[in-house]
Design a protein around this ligand. Structure first.
Ligand code: HEC
Length: 466
């Protein structure tokens, strides 16, 4: 572990040095610190042409041009004449990525995101994951930064999800209006919101070479129900995830944790602490993130109810692959609106299939369809399973889009939290089909259960009804 992180850090440092030299010497691109201006008029220009004009040509092709050392090193030319051919379904030059069976850009649609090396290379907000889990993937692009804008990254993500066509306007250009740029660097925390709640967890120590997951129970003091329409989360570097849970109605009083105690999931020997684990059975997801900075606004008029004086369980997970103690810390802002502005209450979707058994020594797939008895507008999904999961897919059932894949995860530890704007509309009688594939490599059957030696098949999300 420690070795890996040192490797990643050195790699990054040397790249930064190279890049400083590079910017001066080659003058690769037009000034990358200036956000590209988003067009104000919607056009029907092909999405890939927009990517070429606004990203590849100005931000990448300076280095990725025929004859440069960069092009030789990366094996990749991104000038307009050849960029598409060099990306689509082409094996990466990078050995690690090729070994993981990635292609530069996959054309298979939504699951293609996880097969596309281009996406890994430009996804700066996942810097921790990139550097920590894939030290052999080279550097984030554009080399040396600054990152693409959030809008540009999202545009490319949606283009890949749509099958990465050469022609056709498959992504709404409005996405490009988000010209914010991911800022790595020192933790700045969050100022309390103008209206709403500000919650802090930590700081707490995470020892070198350790994985520390903690919970802390709090009783909130607001005396009237609040309506949350936006949340912001900022985490000190090194975090895996943060989730604010509430407890469902079945939570037995005797399991309620003491207020303000930082409860570890593992003890010093790496063994599970069951008093921390049992209450997890009664958790209900409220808000959460896997990126160091999250800022999410609900659709207009939609808000989540936070009942008066509710108890919340804060959950943070840090990995420290370095040689020094690091501090874990999370700030959360729940922005609220007056009840009078809420047209529809957001609800937490929790589709929890506990009825499965995975035969030993083989790969098996579990499917379960949930149909709704009124119109559901689903605007966020995230899956939850344990270490035996290979893939987790969700398809629409019924209606014109029957069979369309809307969610895909192939990493049980980092399932993506996928927003839908506009929401997925599921009419009465339509629904969602969950399909999870597991590899039960043990010699006994596996079923639903809390521990990491058991499995789960849960889809969380947000929705509203009309
Ligand atoms: C300053 C020069 C420079 C700039 C600017 C640059 N790259 Fe790179 N790129 C490199 C180098 C050097 C490599 C090989 C080393 C590595 O992967 O870190 C590379 C590798 C890559 C690879 C991996 C290719 C493979 O098959 O292994 C991709 C994908 C990539 N770059 C995409 C981009 C994109 C997209 C941009 C613009 C957003 C960009 N690069 C901007 C220098 C650059």
């Amino acid at each position: 572990m420690r070795q890996r992180s040192v490797h990643a850090a050195t790699l990054r440092l040397s790249t930064a040095l190279v890049t400083v030299l590079v910017w001066g010497a080659v003058g690769c691109a037009s000034d990358p610190t200036q956000p590209v201006e988003a067009p104000s008029q919607p056009t029907t220009e092909a999405s890939f042409a927009i990517i070429q004009d606004q990203v590849l040509t100005p931000r990448c092709a300076g280095c990725h041009a025929a004859g440069t050392t960069f092009a030789n090193q990366s094996g990749l030319v991104l000038t307009e004449d050849v960029a598409y051919e060099n990306l689509l379904n082409q094996p990466p030059k990078n050995d690690g990525a090729r070994g993981d069976n990635l292609v530069r850009v996959s054309d298979v649609g939504l699951p293609g995101i996880f097969k596309s090396f281009l996406w890994e290379k430009i996804n700066w907000p996942q810097e921790e994951h990139f550097l920590g889990d894939h030290p052999d993937y080279g550097s984030l692009m554009p080399l040396g930064g600054p990152p693409l804008t959030y809008g540009q990254m999202e545009f490319i993500r949606q283009w890949i999800s749509a099958g990465a066509p050469r022609g056709g306007a498959v992504v709404d250009e409005a996405v490009l209006r988000d010209t914010r740029v991911y800022q790595p660097g020192p933790f700045a925390g969050l100022e309390p919101p103008a209206e709403g709640l500000h919650i802090q967890l930590g700081p707490f120590n995470v020892m070198p070479g350790h994985d520390r997951e903690v919970f802390e129970y709090r009783e909130l003091s607001h005396v009237q129900d609040l309506f949350v329409n936006r949340f912001e989360i900022a985490m000190r570097q090194g975090s895996h995830h943060f989730i604010l849970h509430t407890f469902n109605d079945d939570m037995p009083d005797e399991l309620l944790p003491a207020v303000g105690d930082l409860r570890d999931v593992y003890d010093e020997n790496g063994d599970r602490i069951w008093t921390t684990i049992y209450p997890m059975l009664y958790h209900e997801f409220f808000v959460g993130t896997q990126t160091p900075i999250a800022n999410y606004t609900f659709p207009p008029g939609v808000a989540l109810r936070l009942p008066a004086r509710i108890g919340v369980d804060l959950n943070s997970h840090y990995l420290n692959r370095g040689a020094d103690i690091v501090q874990g810390e999370v700030h959360l802002n729940l922005h609220t609106v007056p009840a009078s502005q809420v047209e529809r209450e957001a609800r937490v979707l929790s589709l929890n299939n506990q009825d499965f058994s995975l035969p030993p020594g083989q790969v098996s797939t579990v499917e379960k369809t949930y149909t709704f008895n009124q119109r559901y507008n689903v605007f966020q999904l995230v899956s939850h399973a344990h270490q035996y999961m290979l893939t987790f897919e969700v398809e629409l059932v019924g209606g014109a889009r029957d069979g369309e894949l809307v969610y895909f995860a192939d990493d049980w530890e980092h399932p993506p939290i996928v927003p839908f704007d506009p929401p997925l509309v599921l009419e009465s009688g339509q629904g969602l089909k969950l399909r999870a594939k597991y590899d039960n490599w043990t010699d006994g059957p596996l079923g639903f259960g809390l521990s990491s030696e058991e499995e789960m098949m849960i889809l969380f999300g947000y929705y509203y009804t009309d």
